[in-house]
Design a protein around this ligand. Structure first.
Ligand code: HEM
Length: 358
């Protein structure tokens, strides 16, 4: 409180909304999704990088303003307690795996997510390289995916993806934490899942059957009214009858040479409950539908939940927890096992193809 200010005056004045990280950036044509875990003793290095991230993003992107480079950093549940001595965001917890009658949504390791977006892949690549130069000795890479816009914003199943995303004020309301968790207002939650498609089986279906599965027409992108479709299962309402929305920035990715065709699902929301309800609908079904039929052609390989702090958080990080500064927090000297072997959580070893991790 400034000198002479009346007690209570500060709280009576409307507080400016905290600036979010660029979660509401418009759709771009290129993205990189980088998920890492923090190695024991890597906390300081990670914190230094997080503080420098806005500056690094400016350094890489400033000379190419048309490229609109942006980067969102998210923090996983376990990492929060290792990195920050600060109250936990109310909705932060590990991703909840789902075991449905036919399909499974696994939970996979991830302490930090970097969601890089730009109109040019080289800008995302340049920033990802800078981030990894800084983090290489402190983290294990769990997953790295380069996404691209395919044709007229279609997924690799051939359908336009993202049409019903909220925009403007509705997007802010759907995505940004507000009064319900004042210490984290302006933050957000993000769930990512990497899906691989069985395109041979999908392409063997008549277009009409594909449209019934998605719930929209393929060429015209017009909504249909199909019970049990992907769209129907993901159209959810709250107790007040209002639609509960998330902001998706899904990207196709793949390698025709290896026969890999995928969708990287990424959904931002003000509370993870909304995305989690959609996931339950998809994997556990809503009677009489046993599961989302898109899953018969799409396998989830990863699943991780992160909290996305507001921009100001990165400028002024809370202190490092005492445990992480104590010598005991350093890596045990004699642990020669590869990172994957140390994971107690049933990791799919997604990072295992990376020679760095072997
Ligand atoms: C295999 C991965 C996925 C693919 C290829 C995919 C594709 C699509 C397509 C083509 C649409 C229709 C157009 C639109 O975007 O509005 C759609 C809608 C939607 N999807 Fe997905 N999706 C996937 C996974 C997910 C997941 C995991 C969630 C939620 C956890 C989700 C939530 C939604 C929502 C909320 C809509 C809009 C529903 C509406 O209000 O009309 N999608 N998706």
């Amino acid at each position: 409180m400034g000198p002479g200010a009346a007690p209570g005056a500060a709280s009576a004045a409307p507080r400016p909304d905290p600036e979010p990280q660029p979660v509401l950036s418009p759709l771009t044509t290129a993205a990189i999704f980088l998920v890492v875990t923090v190695d024991p003793g890597g906390e300081d290095t990670v914190r230094d990088l997080l503080e420098d991230l806005p500056g690094l993003t400016r350094a890489v992107g400033f000379g190419s303003p048309d490229g609109a480079l942006s980067c969102v950093a998210g923090v996983g549940s376990d990492a929060w307690d290792r990195l920050f001595a600060a109250p936990r965001p109310a909705g932060l917890h590990p991703f909840r795996a789902l075991d449905g009658p036919r399909h499974r949504a696994p939970a996979t390791p991830g302490d930090l997510l970097f969601h890089l977006r730009a109109g040019r892949l080289d800008l995302c690549f340049g920033l990802a390289a800078e981030i990894m130069t800084r983090l290489r000795t402190a983290v294990t890479v769990r997953d790295e995916v380069q996404g691209f816009t395919y044709q007229d914003v279609r997924d690799l199943l051939g359908f336009v993806d993202g049409t019903e995303n909220p925009v403007g004020a509705a997007a802010r309301a759907a995505v940004l934490i507000g009064e319900e968790d004042p210490a984290h207002a302006g933050g957000s939650y993000v769930i990512v899942q990497k899906y691989l498609h069985d395109l041979d089986a999908w392409n063997a279906l008549p277009v009409e059957a594909q449209e019934r599965i998605i719930g929209r027409t393929k060429s015209g992108n017009v909504e249909r009214d199909d019970e049990g479709s992907h769209v129907t299962l993901n159209t959810i309402t709250g107790p007040d009858g209002a639609e509960r929305q998330i902001l998706r920035d899904n990207m196709p990715f793949g390698s025709p040479g290896r026969g890999e065709f995928g969708t990287y699902f990424i959904g931002y929301a003000r509370t993870p409950e909304v995305t989690e309800e959609m996931l339950r609908n998809m994997f556990l079904g809503v009677p009489p539908t046993s599961h989302d039929p898109i899953l018969d052609f799409s396998t989830a390989l990863t699943g991780t939940l992160f909290y996305v702090p507001p921009a100001g958080f990165l400028d002024d990080l809370p202190p490092l927890p005492a445990a992480a500064t104590a010598p005991a927090a350093a890596a045990p000297a004699a642990d020669p096992s590869p990172a994957e072997d140390r994971e107690p959580d049933g990791s799919l070893g997604i990072g295992g193809l990376n020679p760095q991790n072997r």
